[in-house]
Design a protein around this ligand. Structure first.
Ligand code: T3D
Length: 264
């Protein structure tokens, strides 16, 4: 029987995906990767889903790669091929999060370490419990930050903090993570899921297409010059301006009523 390594529940237009290997702090096995990717694909394909929350069961969010998982073995039976695991598992996961048609919120309920930390940081918004912490655990086992960590960390908090976090592998408490701009919000432990759900519900009522294109434009702008970013903004606005939700937003504003956004 297949174990439910990722639990999926739906509340209104919000899909919540819960990593479910609490005994190993929800660390990633090949099987959990497969279930998570399938669950994200299902949320992306379901027109009724307008926001996604990812969280962890038990006391941890995710401790990165399960260091006991045979998935680490090379396909030819040789020694561990970490690069193959990254290519087969973490690259598709990171790209899937970044290409979701709806916002993805990480509700970090406890420790987020290694690829578990960068999986959370790659989501659109991160809400963390006050007792949670972020650990770039890689240096402790002689690896570099992966699952997008090298790209994300410098952009989120600048090189000085990025390299300090990556080299020391020290735990960054959630409160400090919010203070330095690594995450959106730190809340009391008991308020975590309500806060994440309130944020997700709010985003779900907003124009999904514009939110997804906002993510795309911000990511692309990091690699464009000013003129290139201005050109991309014009191109995306042209497309958005022709879509239903722009007309609806303007009509609702002029009609002094609440908008009903449906594009995705
Ligand atoms: O193939 C590849 O390696 C490529 C991919 C790389 C991406 C990566 O993510 S590399 C980084 C891998 N992650 C780590 O190195 C973190 C390892 N874990 C820890 O350092 C600590 O567990 C934490 C700091 C996250 C939490 O510490 P603590 O004291 O709160 O909990 P604990 O007692 O260490 O862990 C609780 C249980 O979870 C324990 O099992 P036990 O003894 O109760 O049976 C522990 O072994 C297990 N666990 C925690 N992390 C992992 C894990 N088991 C397997 N893999 C883990 N990553």
């Amino acid at each position: 029987m297949t174990q439910d390594l990722v639990l999926s529940t739906t509340t209104g237009a919000v899909r919540t995906l819960t990593l479910n290997r609490p005994a190993a702090l929800n660390s990633f096995t090949g099987a959990m990767h497969e279930q998570l990717l399938a669950a994200l694909n299902a949320a992306a394909d379901d027109a009724a889903v307008r926001a996604v929350i990812v969280t962890g069961a038990g006391r941890g969010f995710c401790a990165g790669q399960d260091l006991n998982d045979p998935d680490m073995s090379a396909p030819d039976g040789g020694g561990p091929d970490v690069g193959a695991v990254i290519e087969r598992r973490y690259v598709p996961l990171a790209l899937r999060i970044r290409s979701m048609p709806v916002p993805v919120i990480a509700a970090v309920n406890g420790v987020a370490a290694g690829a578990g930390a960068n999986f959370a940081l790659g989501c659109d918004m991160v809400v963390a419990a006050r007792s949670a912490g972020f650990i770039q655990a890689f240096s402790k086992i002689s690896l570099i930050p992966d699952c997008g960590g090298t790209w994300l960390l410098t952009r989120l908090v600048g090189r000085a903090r990025a390299i300090g976090l990556a080299m020391t592998g020290d735990k960054l408490p959630a409160e400090e993570a919010q203070r330095i701009g690594l995450i959106w919000q730190c809340v009391d432990d008991t308020a975590l899921m309500d806060s994440a759900m309130a944020l997700a519900t709010r985003l779900a009522s907003m124009p999904s297409k514009a939110l997804a294109e906002t993510r795309r434009a911000l990511d692309a702008a990091a690699m464009l010059d000013y003129e290139g970013a201005l050109a991309l903004e014009a191109r995306l606005q042209r497309d958005l301006g022709r879509a239903h939700d722009y007309g609806e937003g303007v009509a609702a504003f002029l009609g002094k009523r609440a908008p009903l956004f449906t594009d995705r």
